[in-house]
Design a protein around this ligand. Structure first.
Ligand code: MN
Length: 291
């Protein structure tokens, strides 16, 4: 194996609120929606945040999406979702919701009613995964990926664990169905763990540092941030210098033009205008369906 070189450590932009429920850092920073992160689009990470008990669950009300997938990973707390295609679900720590917006849905994302009533910590990540042009208008789909169905592998000589949410790791296969070849690995490392990961040649790879401290050679990153690597090479090597949480994302780049506006991600400006028009005409579902 030849090691990929670290090309940059991207500092996390300041956190901002999504609705009143999620205080997130956009970890892809200036790379979001660019070819370097394809087939992924952006990653919002909400570090643990304490919420007071509330009769009204915090979150984000009905809004549309078209042309990509939203992947929600819950670390702490409980998130409840409902969409105009008739899907609904509640996910807790370790669970993942993989929603294919495809041709278009309206959905809402809140803390669960029970969790809001109790109050407490909420931490989650939301990853946006692009769809290839040929699948941008597929029928919406909703996959609830419960923690118990996600293969968890021992790595780094027993000093770490890797959960295969999507794609593969060795012989293990992640439960989430995807439209293109990609891997989502949820990784925890103990201080002192040394990790070598094989990466398919030609794939983009991104290491999102959620907490802790990692070193790649002489370079170090701590807190939250995004590590990017050279195209050449077929492995990455990390060392944890504290207890660390990572999301390792890799996949075949789509190499297609990207046009994005708010909640829509298409291939051209004309398709964005069509998405806005279809949303206004109620073709992605209607607000009344949430009444
Ligand atoms: Mn959404």
């Amino acid at each position: 194996m030849s090691q990929k070189a670290l090309t940059a450590i991207h500092a996390s932009p300041p956190a901002h609120w999504v609705g009143d429920g999620f205080l997130v850092q956009p970890l892809f920073a200036s790379l979001a929606f660019g070819q370097e992160v394809s087939p992924f689009l952006m990653l919002d990470y909400a570090a643990p945040h304490q919420f007071k008990p509330s009769a009204k669950p915090p979150g984000v009300g009905a809004h549309p999406h078209r042309g990509f997938e939203t992947v929600t990973i819950v670390y702490e707390g409980e998130v409840e979702h409902r969409d105009s295609a008739g899907n609904a679900g509640k996910i807790g720590p370790g669970d993942v919701q993989w929603m294919t917006a495809g041709s278009g849905v309206l959905h809402e994302e809140f803390h669960s009613r029970d969790h809001a009533a109790r109050g407490g910590s909420v931490s989650m990540a939301q990853l946006w995964v692009n769809l290839p042009a040929s699948d941008k208008k597929v029928a919406p789909r909703y996959q609830t990926v419960l923690a118990g169905t996600i293969p968890t592998l021992e790595i780094a000589d027993g000093k770490g664990a890797l959960r295969v949410v999507a794609g593969t790791y060795g012989e293990a296969k992640g439960p989430a169905k995807t439209f293109t070849s990609l891997n989502v690995w949820d990784v925890t490392l103990q201080a002192g763990a040394a990790l070598d990961l094989a990466i398919t040649p030609g794939d983009n790879v991104l290491v999102a540092l959620l907490s802790g401290k990692v070193a790649v050679g002489a370079d170090k990153a701590s807190g939250t941030g995004l590590l990017t690597f050279s195209t050449a090479g077929d492995s990455i090597a990390l060392r944890a210098e504290a207890d660390t949480k990572l999301l390792v994302l890799s996949g075949r780049p789509l190499a297609e033009p990207i046009a994005h506006y708010g909640p829509f991600v298409m291939n051209s400006e004309a398709e964005i205008r069509e998405a806005i028009d279809d949303f206004r005409r109620g073709k992605m579902g209607r607000l009344e369906e949430f009444a």
